[in-house]
Design a protein around this ligand. Structure first.
Ligand SMILES: [Zn+2]
Length: 430
């Protein structure tokens, strides 16, 4: 009988380990502008730190967020090129601006990957990480860290950025006069970091997300605000696609939230959903052809010669909707609640343009009036908490942790009961 009990215990242990493994959370990285969606394995990264060996962290303090930045470029290249000292200044200016907009205190770790110089494909790409979803819309790591105050995974950064310096960049954060064939680096970085702070979606052409297993999806907090008419395209628990595949190329999708509706009306604001589907662009950006707003940070293209260093009201509403509740918006009368401190401003359009991922589409926004003027002002106001997405308590993985705890408890309980039964049988045979 002892042998049977031993055998049972071994099987029980194996089953327990398999069950635990199946509950471990997969992690995925997303960088929309390079169309990167990939599973990452923190155990295969550095054991104790989130950045590669040999890198000296640079700490950049702002009024709200402390940024730990790991520049991976070797000395003399990319961000570490002494001939281009303004590259780091542009990066810090972008972070300073965003921090002063989000007005949320905390720490964010940023891994700046080795720069590219090929001048092809993505101009730059930034992104963040999400846990594979089970029951809720996933917050990305930067949202989790800033809004929950705990680092999601010690061996991983919250935001990752890559820049292709094979482009003709205007690298002056103090002035606003790029040549008409230059891309403004600071504008590009604000856009990329905004993806990194959660302006992102994994949704593909069929309305589902890639890299799913066991009906676990990668719908993000951002996704819950994507509508077609009055239909929330992603809803339910666990979140599921509610539409038909052609919806993603219907040219009708909008971002809708209480903030957007307050400031732009019930129809919502156009999300890029043209036909054909553009991986990484569709559902991850506004559609300026439908919004008529040419200077939104999260428009899908960089325009050479243009400066877009400030969020439009549109961008601000979206960021506030996805959880950054301290963002100041104009009140409903149109006066401003607050002044986002930040970098200099300026607009200008030039000939030539760079798409984020090399989509060869003409950007014919000239002649359209801009409704999304940049936010300036100096009135103060009390930020209202964002009560609309209801996700602040259940997108952090807590639900999953509870499930694991319950699983462990159940296993121990069942194990004890079975052990008692086998002992009883053993005794009765005696
Ligand atoms: Zn983008």
């Amino acid at each position: 009988m002892k042998k049977i009990t031993m055998l049972f215990s071994v099987f029980y242990l194996i089953g327990f380990m398999i069950a635990l493994d199946s509950f471990s959370e997969k992690i995925f990285f997303i960088a929309p502008d390079a169309n990167i969606f990939q599973e990452v394995f923190p155990d295969k990264l550095q054991k104790n730190t989130w950045y590669p060996d040999g890198i000296t962290l640079e700490v950049f303090n702002t009024s709200y967020i402390t940024f730990n930045i790991a520049y991976s470029d070797p000395s003399g290249r990319g961000f570490n090129d002494p001939v281009h000292p303004n590259r780091k200044r542009c990066l810090e200016s972008a972070l300073m601006y965003i921090s002063n907009i989000l007005k949320t205190s905390g720490t964010i770790d940023i891994l700046v990957k080795p720069s590219e110089f090929d001048g092809n494909d993505a101009i730059a790409f930034g992104g963040s990480y999400v846990f594979e979803n089970q029951d809720t819309f996933s917050s990305c790591f930067s949202q989790l860290r800033l809004l929950k105050g705990t680092k999601p995974v010690p061996s991983m950064p919250e935001i990752q950025l890559t820049v292709d310096f094979g482009r003709n960049y205007y690298e002056d954060p103090d002035n606003v006069f790029p040549a008409n064939n230059q891309l403004d680096l600071l504008s590009v970085l604000i856009h990329e970091f905004t993806h990194g702070f959660g302006f992102l979606s994994f949704v593909e052409e069929d309305g589902k997300t890639p890299l799913t297993s066991n009906n676990k999806y990668l719908f993000t907090v951002f996704d819950q605000f994507i509508y077609k008419g009055d239909l929330a395209l992603f809803a339910g628990s666990p979140p599921a696609f509610q539409g038909v595949p052609s919806d993603t190329i219907s040219n009708q999708l909008v971002f809708k939230s209480s903030y957007i509706e307050t400031h732009f009306g019930h129809e919502g604001i156009a999300i890029y959903s043209k036909n054909p589907f553009a991986d990484g662009t569709s559902l991850n950006h506004w559609d300026p052809d439908r919004t008529g707003i040419i200077d939104a940070v999260m428009n899908p293209r960089y325009i050479a010669g243009a400066i877009i260093r400030q969020y439009t009201l549109l961008d601000l509403c979206a960021l506030k909707s996805i959880g950054y509740a301290n963002i100041l918006l104009p009140d409903t009368e149109g006066t401003l609640e607050g002044l986002p401190e930040g970098t200099g401003e300026g607009t200008g359009e030039g000939t030539g343009e760079g798409t984020h991922e090399g989509i060869g589409e003409g950007n014919t926004t000239e002649g359209q009036t801009s409704e999304g003027t940049n936010i300036e002002g100096s009135l103060e106001g009390t930020p209202t908490p964002d009560g609309e997405n209801g996700s602040s308590d259940d997108t952090c993985g807590c639900v999953k942790n509870q499930s694991i705890t319950k699983l462990i408890f159940d296993f121990i309980l069942i194990g004890m009961v079975l052990l008692l039964i086998s002992q009883k049988q053993c005794n009765s045979k005696k």
